[in-house]
Write a protein that binds this ligand. Structure first.
Ligand code: BDR
Ligand code: CA
Length: 331
């Protein structure tokens, strides 16, 4: 039984298969109230991301405002989305879609974030699992945003784990390193959930089959299909996923952290992002608090963030399964 009031969350996302997994975990968990979904380019174009957010909420019979946000990185040129990972439609190339009638909220994602934060100061947590352009634009619209939001939790970056788009860079940060650098320096309570922990938690495809067979519902059938496509990519990339297909639980772990932070161990320090060159997208953590580096950029008064470094993978999987198997879907 969940006893405390649910945490109000704006979900900033580029759905995307693992984004869909995260969205359904959030809609299913009694400790989370999704008050808005803001979309960005990333795994797909922003138009497709918004369409997918509308679709995923509609087939789950949920009414949540969905907005469309930034379509390109802040400074560098955009690139073609990775259709070989998430499918050309972002949901594993669904064979068909049922008709839905929900429509976009007309506001830009950044404006929606600002409006919601001003209306409910200190109440809303921002969970961001895509490139960070919406959040950095919201900061430009409302410089007081760090005091208006309760907390920011983001999936992105890596400290010691090898990157997934270069030896040092994680995809969400690499997709808009300038936006990420601004977000890490904004001075809000911020937790980074990056590859250091998401590469430790593998969600097997068989789990999604069990969930789909349990509910026999369009939402969980769609998720099962999408994860099947996504798992084929990961199983081909990672020998340890070859015999038992599955995928890393990237985005959902940001929500798992929100509701069960005890499943993670953290380090605290200043994080900077490399914005160009070979290390573009690298997230660097100043791990030695007592050291005053002589080089500029690491001054002692810079904002600090928490970084998840270790995770109880079995605990995360159990929570995921228990949450998605619960009675959260209506017809
Ligand atoms: C992140 O990149 C995207 O492809 C996923 O949705 C996730 O947010 C993992 O690096
Ligand atoms: Ca994502």
């Amino acid at each position: 039984m969940h006893t405390t009031a649910p945490r109000k969350v704006i979900f900033d996302t580029d759905p995307g298969v693992d984004d869909a997994m995260a969205l359904y975990f959030a809609l299913a968990h009694p400790g989370i109230e999704v008050v808005g979904i803001t979309t960005t380019f990333g795994n797909v174009s922003v138009e497709q991301a918004a369409a997918n957010a509308l679709y995923l909420t509609a087939i789950a019979n949920r009414s949540v405002p969905v907005t469309q946000g930034v379509s390109t990185p802040w400074c560098k040129p955009g690139e073609a989305p990775p259709d070989y990972i998430h499918g050309a439609d972002g949901l594993g190339n669904l064979p068909s879609r049922v008709a839905t009638t929900n429509r976009l909220d007309p506001r830009a994602s950044a404006q929606f974030i600002v409006d919601m934060a001003r209306a409910q100061p200190g109440a809303i947590t921002l969970v961001a699992v895509g490139p960070l352009g919406n959040l950095s634009l919201a900061l430009k619209l409302e410089p007081a945003l760090p005091r208006l939001l309760r907390e920011v939790i983001l999936m992105g970056g890596t400290i010691t784990e090898p990157g997934n788009v270069s030896p040092v860079a994680e995809s969400n940060i690499w997709n808009d390193p300038h936006a990420a650098e601004q977000v890490f320096g904004a001075g809000w309570p911020l937790t980074m959930v990056g590859l250091d922990v998401t590469h430790r938690v593998v969600t097997p495809l068989t789990l999604f089959r069990r969930i789909a067979e349990h509910h026999r519902h369009p939402a969980t059938d769609t998720l099962h299909h999408a994860v099947g496509f996504y798992s084929r990519f990961y199983s081909a990339q990672h020998p340890r996923l070859a015999s038992d297909p599955g995928c890393f639980a990237h985005d959902v772990l940001a929500f798992v952290y929100l509701v069960s932070p005890a499943l993670f161990t953290r380090e605290r320090g200043c994080i900077r992002v490399a914005t160009d060159g070979l290390a573009q997208g690298q997230t660097m953590l100043k791990r030695l608090a007592h050291l005053n580096y002589p080089q500029p950029g690491w001054e002692a008064n810079r904002p600090l963030a928490d970084v998840c470094m270790q995770v109880d993978a079995a605990g995360c999987l159990a929570l995921f399964e228990q949450t998605l198997m619960a009675d959260w879907l209506t017809r």
